[in-house]
Design a binder for this molecule. Structure first.
Ligand SMILES: *Cc1c(COP(=O)(O)O)cnc(C)c1O
Length: 357
């Protein structure tokens, strides 16, 4: 049976990425060797790394003066690397969920953290507005897409201090004005590649201002100077990321992705809003994520949660269980998820309503 992959991460990748990577694992660049057993310093792999950096910059329209690096350690390591490299006296953070909280926890190891606003009072089901970013902060940190709760900051905000964004789960889903950010980072396993590689986009002139000694591996400058080859990079995930970037380019680039993502999300949110069995957890359409669509059983139908899960699973829906802290359901609609999968989930919801209402 056809599976519809709604996992939140690691998550669906383009078939192209999987096929190209599978082929390279058998025979990489006609070397008659596997991608898994060649030197990262071979000219064939150096070419992969170079092209991945180039295409990353091209697709996101990254201006001059920025570097793109690929690291290990996941987005979670960035929670500490950001303050190591930027924190002098005080940092400002927006608290929009569990990932924000983890980032805040690491920043607090370095000194004063001003949490300018939080949506924790309502289990993070909205994006706080009307907060003030302190002008004496060294930087302001946001999580643009809150993978667990299904909220998203879909527009590039303006910050009086260097803006740092965790874009783990919405990178490449919409055009971004990179010039508004000092650092953008993310684990690649949501919208780009298999787990194991982390991307960081850094405005070069933001670095070197803390006066702090930074451990070599945690210093962005180390990796910028060595073009992500200071130590062994995650070779297979970087190769896979390049394939996804090529796929993106061949499918119209990011603005085309955004169009399809909006279409997919609207279809599903419309069904959730229309179907009396379900309700969305995020009410304000401006705050609704285009990548992770969260919904629960409506009042009076709570007992149908498990039956709907079982019904949808039988029909091939995979990974729709909501995060344990929210419950209900979460359908992740990343770039590689075809619109047919969204239609299949909607069919399930409609058929299930007919059977139960
Ligand atoms: C998944 C996720 C993370 C954690 O990424 P790791 O690579 O597992 O460390 C951080 N932030 C956001 C927004 C995420 O979705």
């Amino acid at each position: 049976m056809k599976k519809h992959n709604f996992y939140a991460g690691p998550s669906i990748l383009p078939e192209y990425t999987i096929e190209q990577t599978a082929a390279a694992i058998k025979n990489f660049a006609n070397m008659d060797l596997s991608l898994m057993e060649i030197s990262h310093r071979s000219k064939e792999f150096v070419a992969v790394m170079d092209e991945a950096q180039q295409l990353f910059k091209e697709l996101l329209n990254i201006p001059e003066g920025y570097s793109v690096i690929f690291l290990g350690g996941g987005a979670s390591t960035q929670f500490a690397m950001v303050p190591f490299n930027l924190f002098k006296n005080k940092a400002a953070y927006l608290n929009t969920g569990a990932w924000s909280k983890k980032a805040i926890k690491e920043a607090k190891l370095f000194g004063e953290v001003d949490v300018v606003a939080s949506s924790e009072d309502k289990l993070f089901n909205y994006i706080p507005k009307n907060y003030t970013i302190p002008e004496d902060a060294d930087y302001f940190h946001i999580t643009t897409n809150n993978t667990i709760y299904g909220t998203e900051i879909k527009e590039d905000i303006t910050s009086p201090v260097p803006l740092v964004a965790d874009m783990s789960s919405d990178i490449f889903s919409r055009p971004v004005d990179v010039s508004k950010y000092a650092i953008i980072y993310g684990g690649a396993q949501k919208n780009l590649a298999p787990a194991g590689v982390t991307f960081v986009i850094i405005k070069n002139d933001i670095l070197g201002k803390t006066g702090r000694d930074i451990p070599t591996m945690l210093n962005y400058q180390t990796h910028i100077d060595k073009e992500s080859m200071f130590n062994t990079p995650p070779v297979v995930p970087v190769f896979a990321a390049l394939q996804t970037l090529k796929w993106l380019k061949n499918n119209g680039g990011i603005s085309e992705m955004q169009k399809v993502n909006i279409k997919k999300a609207n279809l599903l949110y419309d069904e959730i809003d229309r179907n009396p069995l379900f309700r969305a957890t995020v009410m304000d359409p401006n705050d609704r994520s285009l990548m992770n669509i969260c919904f629960v059983m409506n009042e009076g139908y709570e007992n149908l949660e498990k039956p709907f899960f079982d019904y949808a699973s039988e029909k091939g829906m995979i990974g729709i269980k909501g995060h344990r802290s929210v419950g209900g359901f979460r359908a992740s609609t990343y770039n590689a998820l075809p619109i047919e999968s969204v239609a299949a989930l909607i069919d399930c919801m409609q058929d299930f309503k007919k059977k139960n209402k």
